[in-house]
Design a protein around this ligand. Structure first.
Ligand code: DC
Length: 430
């Protein structure tokens, strides 16, 4: 299962606008379930049926085929091959949707479509019964409310902007009526799930509400990340000693410069991903880490005499470009034992200083281990005398849930990998 965020609440609380923004910021799919009920409402209205009558509406379901498509990241609802995304947005269809949504057979009809989306993708899904009925095991549930008056005001602005001729009183009456319908119907009434976080958006503007929601998501998903300790203290003692010597060499003799050290988390285990310039890179990063790191290193290195030294420093071999499962498992094991894990996703040192193509292993490990990634950018700087020195710059920790892939498909892995790649590029000013 992917990461599912359920966003429920009455109409007009700002769910769809906010859910869309939140999904975009997380790179998740936004699913607007209201559009499905609206489409059925539209079909019933077009067929001249009474939308409050189950006897008239239920037989129509056999003739309706609904699909959700995403065009440039925007959801489109396709009903029997026709894109009805615009037509379902009128006050008449709103009321029809509210009516048909009270019919249990209609809800049943839409259940599997919604659950399949939740199974397949990382999603932000908005509706009325998402956290209670559709995905009761969603990792994050938010119940979003706002006063009826505030919602009527927002709706009025929206409709007037679209050139519709409506009054505040009409809208407020509509909203109250729909609220009553939605929360008093027998089938899956609008109701806050016990474990949902309640957010009142009455006094928040859109960007305020978006950050509030992102804040809740961050808190919940961070709490779900497996609690990992640090590497064993005995080992840390030895490493502290080695680190001290290395640090003197690096900073004084080799003049390595460090930037944004504050971004390094002081505890827990995580992945460190860096571009790769010189043989010094692993040491230059390692000495600044509060925890011991394991290193994923290319297989060739283990054919040399330094193999034993590498092993002391928890380096393990990976066959490059072959999706080496056993190396990836070793990586995950190290994280689970509390070690950090350093990966150079280019797989080898860059000859010309430019960042080469990234392998997806780093995303695989982050996703499978639910581990955050600390991006590191290494650049060479030249002095006037023509000597080169390294600068090591630490970026902000990328939370695991932004890197999470669902089906481990290559396109998902690539997307996740590119998030890391872009952060590192930013750190190297490339
Ligand atoms: O969110 P919306 O305004 O587009 O929803 C239209 C109607 O559909 C709304 O009155 C309630 C109903 N609905 C529902 O019952 N369950 C959902 N998950 C989504 C919408």
């Amino acid at each position: 299962m992917g990461i599912n965020i359920a966003l429920d609440g009455p109409s007009g609380a700002g769910k769809s606008t906010i859910a869309k923004e939140v999904a975009k910021s997380l790179g998740y799919v936004y699913v607007d379930t209201g559009a499905l009920y609206r489409s059925i409402g539209l079909y019933a209205v077009r067929s001249g049926k009474k939308t409050t009558s189950a006897d008239e509406v239920v037989p129509l379901l056999d003739d309706i085929k609904l699909e959700l498509k995403y065009i440039d990241g925007t959801q489109r609802v396709i009903m029997n091959g026709e894109d009805v995304s615009e037509e379902i947005r009128t006050p008449e269809i709103s009321m029809a949707a509210s009516n048909v949504s009270a019919i249990p057979e209609v809800r049943e009809f839409l259940l599997s479509l919604q659950r399949n989306m939740a199974k397949k993708y990382n999603i932000v899904m908005d509706g009325r019964d998402i956290g209670t009925v559709i995905i009761p095991n969603a990792q994050v549930k938010i119940f979003m409310t706002a006063s009826a008056e505030e919602r009527a005001n927002r709706r009025l602005k929206e409709l007037v902007a679209k050139g519709q001729d409506v009054t505040y009183e009409e809208i407020l009456r509509d909203i109250n009526e729909r609220d009553y319908n939605d929360s008093h119907r027998a089938a899956a009434p609008l109701k806050k799930a016990d474990d949902a976080y309640e957010l009142d958006t009455s006094s928040l503007d859109i960007s305020g509400a978006v950050s509030a929601v992102l804040g809740i998501i961050d808190e919940r998903l961070n709490a779900l990340r497996p609690e990992r300790g640090m590497a064993p203290a005995v080992n840390r003692f030895f490493f502290r000693f080695v680190r001290w010597i290395a640090l003197v060499l690096l900073e004084i003799v080799m003049k390595v410069r460090y930037e944004d050290l504050d971004n390094i988390p002081k505890s827990g285990s995580y992945i460190i991903a860096s571009n790769h310039h010189t043989v010094l890179d692993p040491v230059a990063i390692g000495v600044k880490m509060p925890n011991i790191s394991a290193y994923m290193a290319k297989e060739d290195l283990f054919r040399h005499k330094i193999a034993n030294l590498l092993k002391i420093f928890h380096a393990f071999p990976v066959k490059r470009g072959k999706g080496d499962r056993s190396a990836l498992n070793t990586a995950i094991e190290y994280l689970d034992r509390g070690y950090n894990l350093t990966i150079f996703p280019e797989g080898t040192r860059s000859k010309d200083g430019k960042i080469g193509s990234f392998k997806s292993g780093v995303s695989f490990v982050a996703s499978e281990a639910n581990a955050d990634v600390l991006p590191v950018g290494i650049t060479k700087r030249k002095t006037k005398l023509g000597r080169t020195y390294l600068t090591v710059r630490f970026g902000k920790l990328i939370p695991y849930y932004k890197l999470k892939v669902n089906s481990l498909s290559s396109s998902e892995l690539r997307h996740s990998r590119d998030i890391i790649l872009n952060e590192i590029k930013g750190l190297t000013d490339e």
